[in-house]
Design a protein around this ligand. Structure first.
Ligand code: SF4
Length: 230
């Protein structure tokens, strides 16, 4: 169960939508999701399997077991590429939550550290495609949280793990300098999201999962303009 404090602030997982529509955060606080929650619930079960490293033989559902198997193969490959022969000396944390001051937070599915180097991974355990790691704002936000909370980290390697996609993972490497610049951009995104009467900007990526879609005047006028152009 997420705390009230977490729910009252932006999170890394919402940062891409917030960067595309400043009203997204407040709209989702004001309106509740009207659609089906089955997919979200299934995703939670699959994340729990990875958080707790449930043995594959104990996962009865075939697709969940395949998901866990592919996630673990992907993590193994990535961490060996990042840490090489030192892989067994690293410290692993799962589902650690970090804050950017008191402004916003993010929960990292997987984080592993050795000295100045950190590897993080985010699981997308359902079917469907996601923005690959090099352009993924959620991963970027998570990496920013790492350097914000660990000042001695110099490089963050990140992987987006999609067990039902091809390839099953994409990766990116961020330098501390790059992340510090991007942190300033995210501060602007957050400030716009928390401002009064934030701008609404329509777009399929952000509107698709917005709880206010059914009442949003900007979405409605966009829909009507599409219909009128037919
Ligand atoms: S429906 Fe789209 S335009 Fe309207 S608030 Fe939500 S994300 Fe913004």
């Amino acid at each position: 169960m997420r705390s009230e404090k977490v729910d009252s602030k932006l999170s890394a997982s919402k940062m891409e939508a917030a960067s595309l529509c400043p009203a997204y955060f407040q709209a989702n606080k004001q309106f509740t999701w009207q659609g089906n929650k089955d997919s979200a619930n299934e995703g939670t079960i699959r994340h729990d399997n990875e958080e707790n490293q449930v043995p594959l033989d104990d996962i009865e559902n075939d697709e969940r077991r395949l998901c866990a198997f592919r996630c673990r193969v992907a993590i193994k490959e990535c961490r060996e590429k990042v840490f090489g022969v030192d892989v067994d000396r690293c410290v692993v944390a799962r589902e650690a939550r970090y804050w950017y001051d008191e402004s916003w937070s993010g929960q990292l599915d997987y984080m592993e550290r050795l000295g100045e180097t950190v590897f993080i991974a985010d699981y997308k355990t359902l079917h469907g495609s996601h923005t690959p790691a090099p352009d993924n704002v959620q991963l970027l936000a998570q990496a920013i949280l790492v350097i914000k909370n660990h000042e001695d980290v110099e490089n963050v390697y990140a992987a987006l793990i999609e067990p039902f996609n091809n390839p099953t993972y994409t990766t990116v490497k961020y330098s501390k300098e790059f992340l510090e610049k991007k942190a300033e951009w995210l501060e602007e995104v957050v400030a716009k999201s928390y401002a009064s009467d934030p701008e609404r900007i329509f777009g399929s990526k952000q509107c698709k999962w917005c709880s206010a879609l059914y009442v949003c005047p900007t979405a409605r006028s966009h829909l009507f303009s599409c219909l009128n152009n037919k």
